[in-house]
Each structure stands twice: as C-alpha cells, then as structure tokens.
Design a binder for this molecule. Structure first.
Ligand SMILES: *[C@@H]1O[C@H](CO)[C@@H](O)[C@H](O)[C@H]1NC(C)=O
Ligand SMILES: *[C@@H]1O[C@H](CO)[C@@H](O)[C@H](O)[C@H]1NC(C)=O
Ligand SMILES: *[C@@H]1O[C@H](CO)[C@@H](O)[C@H](O)[C@H]1NC(C)=O
Ligand SMILES: *[C@@H]1O[C@H](CO)[C@@H](O)[C@H](O)[C@H]1NC(C)=O
Ligand SMILES: *[C@@H]1O[C@H](CO)[C@@H](O)[C@H](O)[C@H]1NC(C)=O
Length: 488
C-alpha cells in the first residue's frame, strides 16, 4: 500500500550458480521453467539468483490456460539442505525492493540454515501476466487479486519442493510486511497445508469496511506526531486554515509556490485541495517511516524523521511563519539529499518502485479501506463516501469495489480457527490502526513494538535499533523455532 490511498512495505553475495533446468511437476502439461541466474550484488554482501516460474494466469477458471513468467529471488547459500524454507510473500512493487528492505530474513537465515525465496506479486515488477498490456483494461486486469497471488505462492512452493533437491519435506515459513504481511497471514489461513506459520509484519488486515472506525488511520497518524511534540501537532492542526488565509491575501499563491518550491504554481483555491493532500500524505508517510536511524525506504530521511520535522515546528507559529515551518518539513521529506529541484503537489511525486497503478486497481476491487478524519487532529476534515469512491473506480477501471468481500474471504475478526501467525506492529505506524494488536489465541500472537514504524522488525538489524524492536525480533525468532520444532 503506498501512502494515503495505498500502502504499504532489505538485502541480498554472490556466486552465480546456474540452476539446472528441471522437469515441471504439473501433470499433463510440461512447462519449461526458465531459471536464469543473474548476478545481483547487494549492499549487505548477500546474493540471490533471479529466477522465473511459468505461472498459471487464472487459478480459478478453466477457460484460460495461459501462463506468465513470475519472478522470484532464490538464495541458498545459508541452506544446509536440512533447514526450513523462508518465503517472502511479495507485495505491491518490484520484488527486489522488498528484498532490499527485509534484512531481518537475511540476518536470521544463517542461524536457521534457511533457504530464502522472495516471490514477486503478479502485476508488479516483471511479473506481468499480459506483458505491457497487463494494465490495459478491466479484462487484462481481471486476474489481479489477492486470491490469485496466494495461489501463485502456493503453486510456486509446490514447484520448488518438487524440483529443488532436498526441499520436498522442508517446512515453509511465510514472511511479509504491509500488504505482503496481509498476504503472509492470509496465506497461512488459506493454505495451512503449505506453510507452517507466518510472520505478518505491519499487516493491516482489519483496515477494511466495518472492522474499525474509518478515523483510525489518521487518529494514529496524529498520535505519532503529537507524541513527538504537542506544539508541533497543534501547529499542523491549525495550518490548513492558515494556508487558506495566506492564499487569499494578495500574492498569496505565489508566496506558497515560492516557499514550498512547487514545480507547478498554485493558481486558485481549486489547487489548495491537492496541495493540502500532498501535505497529509507527507505526514502519514513520515509516521510510517519513523525509523530510529537514517533510512531510504520511501524517501531518503534522517533518523526519527517525525521528531526532526517537529523541530521546525517546536514553537507556536502563525501566518506565513507557519507556512515557512511546514515548507521545511516538505523540504526534509522530498529533498533530504538536497537534489530535488521542486516539489510536486498534483500526484506526480512518490516512490516510483511501488506499484501505484496496481494498488489503485486493487483498491477499486477488493481492497476497500475506508479512511476519514473529523479534523480534530493533524489531518483536516476528510469524509469517506463509498459511493463516490465506487463511481470514481468505475470511471477509471469499469470496476466497482466489493465493499464486504475481504471480510468474508479472510475471516475478518473471527480468527480463532487460525493458528501459527505472528502479527507484529510498530505503534507509530498509521497502519497499526488496522492491525491485530492483541493476541487472538496461543498461536495467533500479537506483538506491539512501541516507538516502532512500518514493519521496522523486518528491517536489517541496526546499531540504533530500539530495545523494543530487538525484543520483538527475539520473540519472533523463538516462536518460529517453536513452529519448526526447534528448541528456542
Ligand atoms: C536493491 O539494492 C541493490 C544494491 O544496492 C540496488 O542496486 C537495487 O537498485 C535495489 N533495488 C531496488 C528495487 O531498490
Ligand atoms: C483489453 O485489452 C486487451 C489487450 O490490449 C484487448 O485484447 C481486449 O480486446 C481489450 N478488452 C476490452 C474489453 O477492451
Ligand atoms: C533542495 O535542497 C537544495 C540544497 O539545499 C536547494 O538548493 C533546493 O532549492 C532544494 N529544493 C527544494 C524543492 O526545496
Ligand atoms: C501536474 O501538473 C503538471 C503541470 O500542470 C502536469 O504536467 C502534470 O501532468 C500534472 N500531474 C498530474 C498527475 O496531474
Ligand atoms: C473527532 O475524532 C476524534 C478521534 O477519532 C474523537 O476523539 C473526537 O471525539 C471526534 N470529535 C468530534 C467533534 O466528533
């Protein structure tokens, strides 16, 4: 999921092992699995092979028997042919990006002697069912669903077990963060025969219609900023009125354009909407990536970026001074490296590796996540109107979202029958609002990480890690050992 509309989301040395082509397991229809070894050195010095699997386009119907090449990253340098398979359920973006941001798996693979697999989600990265035409229309997009993605993961695992020597009887543990975390949890729920357990990090599986109040996401965002500084939160709370006032003054739009170094000038009150929503996105993204050390997850940023941003707003500010303060926040978010010429306010900014387009479509079909705000916190008044969303979806994709499908399909809060899932959440992360924060049973366990941001626990260990995240990772390792029958 990317930013306000979407979501959600470490590293890999290398010896180019060329995996031998092997017969496919699928009965009746021989597919030639393309397994191309590609060198891919990563900063950590880890390495993987980039491989492709001929994946069924449609798992749930029989009219279309075509396949596409699903990319996955394969790292067996830690595997002693006895250890488990750790499987990352890819989310909405190119898989290397998630691999680059899931250092936890690389950190723990040696102690588990684990085989690592990162599977790309269909319709993202290079895993395009209809190539360049995958996003053409609602017919080509029709196979972009979480159910198809889970079936991809399950069939890929069956294929790997059938073809990788010594893999057949090894237990598989699923890992994912954000939407990938939702998929990891749902994977265990739907395919307990395939995975022994799942670590679902920052997985907002309850961010859907009817499960939590629509204000929850922005309430948590506000909380994170108010925690950093009350004065800072109050400044942000007042700022929207201030923006409108300053804009209404003579030369007001030019002042805002110049102060924020906007790429396109603000010209009228109609531009204020998208401009302010850019600010809201900045605040939610900063809360998401409020890591204790400098990171470049969604943007290049200093450690504790929310506190850093609040250092520009630590005094009660008004009028143009307040806007200058805000511009230092956007400057930090968009321009920490000092190489950004101007700030986009009309939707052209953002993280290019995240599949905005794909997630937008998923939001217009299955992933209906109501979000609203009554303006009492740092976010202005935002209404949630399903009909409007549905109409906008129809105009764009000729699809209408099914508001209540996910809750039926994936059990909503009725998780008592599930087992072996860890739901971890960083409590600074706005997405924790839709997460499972209390344990459901002995084996469906919630881990809260105070002062934690979006799936901080999945990131590579860092000297600046808080004791809370260190403790969370230890607990996760012990639970996973339990699933694998290893003594903690
Ligand atoms: C992952 O890290 C490698 C090594 O730093 C880099 O070359 C590559 O561009 C990164 N990929 C993504 C998608 O972030
Ligand atoms: C959708 O796009 C595909 C690929 O370009 C094309 O073959 C098909 O006719 C289109 N379908 C509709 C309903 O426009
Ligand atoms: C980014 O930082 C550089 C160096 O400080 C500055 O020259 C430039 O104007 C900044 N860009 C924006 C958009 O603030
Ligand atoms: C943003 O505005 C610029 C200039 O008007 C335009 O070229 C660009 O296409 C706009 N982007 C979006 C996403 O609307
Ligand atoms: C606005 O929302 C906040 C947080 O959800 C809630 O505590 C507050 O009571 C609401 N205020 C009004 C006026 O509805």
């Amino acid at each position: 999921m990317a930013s306000a509309a979407g979501l959600l989301f470490v590293l890999c040395s290398f010896v180019a092992l060329f995996v031998v082509e092997v017969e496919c397991w699928r009965p009746g229809k021989p597919i030639s699995p393309i397994r191309q070894g590609v060198k891919a050195p990563l900063p950590s010095g880890y390495s993987y092979q980039t491989l492709y699997y001929d994946q069924q386009i449609d798992h749930f119907g029989f009219a279309n028997e075509k396949t596409f090449k699903q990319k996955y990253l394969f790292a067996d340098q830690f595997w002693n042919k006895k250890g488990p398979i750790f499987f990352y359920t890819g989310n909405e973006g190119t898989i290397e990006w998630f691999c680059n941001n899931t250092g936890f798996l690389w950190d723990i693979a040696p102690q588990f002697n684990a085989l690592l697999v990162f599977a790309e989600h269909r319709y993202y990265g290079d895993s395009l069912p209809f190539g360049k035409e995958s996003y053409q229309n609602s017919s080509t997009l029709n196979f972009l669903t979480s159910e198809q993605a889970l079936a991809d993961f399950a069939t890929l695992i069956r294929y790997l077990k059938a073809t990788v020597p010594h893999a057949a009887d090894k237990p598989v543990v699923a890992f994912g963060g954000s939407y990938g975390g939702m998929l990891a949890a749902w994977f265990r729920i739907k395919y307990p025969n395939v995975v022994v357990g799942s670590l679902a990090a920052s997985a907002p599986i309850w961010e859907f219609t009817g499960m939590i109040p629509c204000s929850s996401f922005y309430d948590t965002t506000s909380q994170t900023w108010y925690d950093a500084s009350k004065t800072c939160g109050d400044n942000l709370h007042r700022s929207y009125e201030t923006i409108k006032q300053v804009a209404a003054e003579a030369g007001g739009y030019d002042f805002i354009t110049d102060t924020f170094k906007l790429c396109t000038p603000l010209k009228s009150k109609y531009d204020l909407g998208p401009f302010m929503s850019m600010l809201v996105e900045t605040y939610t993204d900063l809360a998401m990536v409020d890591y204790p050390y400098p990171a470049s997850f969604m943007a290049e940023l200093p450690g504790w970026p929310v506190a850093e941003a609040c250092s520009y707003l630590s005094q009660p500010l008004e009028g143009k001074d307040l806007l200058r303060g805000l511009s230092r926040v956007t400057n930090m978010y968009f321009n920490y490296t000092g190489t950004t010429d101007c700030v986009h306010w009309n939707g052209s900014g953002g993280t290019p590796t995240l599949g905005y387009e794909g997630w937008d479509y998923q939001s217009c079909t299955e992933m209906v996540m109501p979000m609203c705000s009554n303006g009492s916190g740092i976010i202005y008044n935002i209404d949630w109107n399903f009909q409007q969303v549905s109409d906008a979806c129809y105009r764009r994709y000729k699809t209408r979202p099914r508001e209540n499908w996910i809750s039926l399909e994936y059990w909503a809060k009725e998780l008592k029958a599930a087992s072996n899932i860890i739901f971890s959440n960083g409590m600074y992360d706005p997405w924790s609002s839709g997460g499972v924060l209390q344990s459901i049973s002995e084996t469906v366990v919630a881990i809260q990480i105070p002062r934690g941001a979006h799936h901080l626990d999945l990131r590579a260990k860092n000297p600046k890690d808080t004791r809370e995240v260190i403790a969370a990772r230890e607990q996760e390792i012990n639970i996973i050992k339990g699933w694998l029958g290893l003594t903690p």
